[in-house]
Write a protein that binds this ligand. Structure first.
Ligand SMILES: [Zn+2]
Length: 171
């Protein structure tokens, strides 16, 4: 901010980078990201990543939030950009901490959604986009959180109920 030098200093119970001139403290916070679990009957929509990390692996459509965007809207936008599918959010599914993305740590907010329009076609970070049956998911799923979410999704599917979280934050 003032071009002063940052140095590690104990501040609010942990060491953080602090400016010796103006006192500015650099807090390292996780970014917010949103994912869509798009269900079509017994199938879920996935993309094959064309970029690192996990290039060539299958993931849920997802991405980082823009600063002026509530997370459910991020899920809708990213799904359209990566798959061409227009979705309607059904509800909040889970909130998870992501530690295996080398770009930055993130909070992943995952929504259940239904396809309501558009044309399935891979775009942006995706080299392929398609639906998988929940009993025939791909082996090479990227990100630990995607595997965790999809494991729970399959369990829910087998039990006959997709358990969602009540939330006020919807698009
Ligand atoms: Zn400063």
């Amino acid at each position: 901010m003032c071009a002063g030098e940052l140095a590690p200093k104990l501040h609010f119970h942990r060491e953080r980078l602090r400016c010796g001139a103006c006192g500015f403290v650099l807090y390292a916070n996780p970014a917010a990201a949103a994912a869509a679990i798009v269900l079509r009957g017994d199938e879920v929509l996935m993309i094959r990543r064309s970029i690192e990390p996990f290039r060539g692996h299958w993931t849920l459509p997802a991405g980082y939030e823009e600063v002026d965007e509530p997370p459910a809207r991020t899920a809708v936008r990213e799904t359209f950009e990566e798959t061409g599918v227009v979705i309607a959010i059904r509800g909040l599914y889970d909130v998870l901490y992501t530690s295996d993305d080398p770009r930055k740590r993130a909070i992943l907010i995952a929504y259940l959604a239904d396809p309501v329009g558009g044309t399935l076609q891979a775009g942006d970070d995706a080299q392929d986009a398609r639906y998988f049956r929940l009993d025939a998911l791909p082996d090479d799923i990227g990100f630990a959180n995607n595997r965790r979410l999809l494991n729970r999704l399959v369990d829910d599917w087998k039990s006959g109920e997709f358990r969602m979280v009540p939330t006020l934050e919807m698009p």
